[in-house]
Write a protein that binds this ligand. Structure first.
Ligand code: ZN
Length: 111
């Protein structure tokens, strides 16, 4: 399964996977809350933990064509969002290497 270790986050405000409660991201790593995911509101993060990446895909999103990889919880394999590998429009380049987590699939812990 490629699951070598799990990482715990120590910040005061943590997002966890809703289905298995594994730590996924820290609120301090949110870049934007104004994103649209598959299941409604989604957040852009500069880093996440305990995820596994799916195959590279070309996907047309609201903001244009992007190369993305789906993001799954490394513990329970729940689909959590996606990673931006490449953006083709100059205005979208800042998202490269960042992660989308679906609010619907997250639990807030500690806040
Ligand atoms: Zn999970």
């Amino acid at each position: 399964m490629g699951r070598l270790f799990t990482e715990s986050l120590t910040g005061p405000r943590i997002f966890k996977c809703k289905s298995c409660k594994m730590d996924s991201a820290s609120r301090d790593d949110i870049v934007s809350k104004n994103f649209q995911g598959r299941f409604g509101r989604a957040y852009l993060f500069r880093s996440v933990v305990n995820v596994s990446l799916g195959p590279t895909e070309e996907r047309v999103l609201i903001s244009g064509l992007h190369t993305v990889k789906d993001l799954h919880c490394s513990s329970c394999q729940q689909l959590l969002g996606w990673k931006y590998e490449k953006a083709y429009e100059e205005s979208q380049k800042y998202k490269e290497g960042m992660y989308i987590l679906e609010k619907e699939r997250m639990l807030k812990s500690g806040w």
